[in-house]
Design a protein around this ligand. Structure first.
Ligand code: NI
Length: 277
């Protein structure tokens, strides 16, 4: 339920309650994230979320700007648009005046850059959802019915992003630990070493750490593990979601931590839901 006051929409659910429910849903299919958060808490850490990310398609009724409007109802504002040429994606991230709240990162697949077959598949899958008003359910409940595993496999090779989003719907794709907020690690390299020792698999595409301090952002992530998903045919195990880690650096001359994102890092991070060879 939401109440509209002129241009401003006020949600009845508090943002923290939404984030808690989103975390609960995410950790059900991302057990590594729950384990890591628990390990960090055992070390006395208070985990701060840098951002949470959603994936969608650029279809009317479901596009990134339309999904983003929902977060504007909680006081978020659109900060910057990003283009990921290689992955044929666009993204927008949203920031909140309360800096303890995570940024919301929403990416969308530019469907017209793909085959007519893929467009038709996504089109039929998303029709009902695209014609339903956007609310908290859009992010917290199943987006559409199970897809065919044959289709998932067929379109996986054209766009892993399309296949993932078709299989999982519009739910959180990853939460992100703000490494700057951790007290017991020297930085992201130290944290990665700890995670590897604990037996987690990290995304090694382009090196474990994406970015360098002069980029003002360094990122790493786990590789999504395979979880059972209901397909039309049967339950099948496919890579689900990953947990991301971000270390931010102060913007020269400003002193404040850089709050943006870097497409060249993110291109590699997106691959955290790929199948391990
Ligand atoms: Ni991210």
């Amino acid at each position: 339920m939401k109440v509209s006051l002129g241009l401003v929409t006020v949600h009845e659910m508090k943002i923290q309650e939404f984030l808690d429910l989103a975390w609960k849903r995410y950790t059900q299919i991302t057990p590594d994230a729950a384990k890591i958060a628990h390990l960090l808490q055992e070390r006395g850490e208070n985990v701060i979320n840098d951002h949470i990310a959603f994936r969608t398609f650029n279809r009317k009724g479901l596009g990134r700007n339309e999904l983003g409007q929902f977060f504007q109802g909680w006081g978020y504002s659109a900060c910057e648009d990003l283009i990921f040429e290689e992955k044929k994606l666009k993204a927008t991230y949203y920031t909140h005046p309360d800096e303890t709240l995570p940024k919301i990162f929403i990416s969308e697949l530019i469907l017209e850059n793909f085959s007519q077959d893929l467009q038709n598949w996504v089109g039929s899958l998303t029709t009902l959802r695209a014609n339903t008003a956007i609310g908290k359910e859009t992010f917290l409940e199943s987006s559409w019915g199970p897809v065919s595993f044959t289709d998932y496999n067929r379109f996986y090779f054209e766009s892993e992003y399309a296949a993932w989003t078709a299989a999982f719907g519009i739910q959180v794709n990853h939460f992100t630990v703000l490494v700057n907020g951790l007290k017991s690690f020297k930085g992201i390299y130290d944290l990665n070493e700890f995670l590897l020792k604990e037996g987690f698999t990290l995304n090694a595409s382009g090196g474990l750490v994406k970015g360098i301090p002069s980029d003002l952002l360094e990122q790493s992530s786990t590789m999504a593990i395979r979880m059972p998903v209901q397909f039309r045919e049967a339950l099948r195990e496919i890579p689900s979601c990953y947990y991301e880690f971000a270390q931010r650096y102060p913007v020269p001359g400003e002193g404040k931590l850089f709050q943006g994102f870097l497409p060249k890092n993110a291109n590699k991070i997106f691959e955290s839901t790929h199948r391990l060879k």
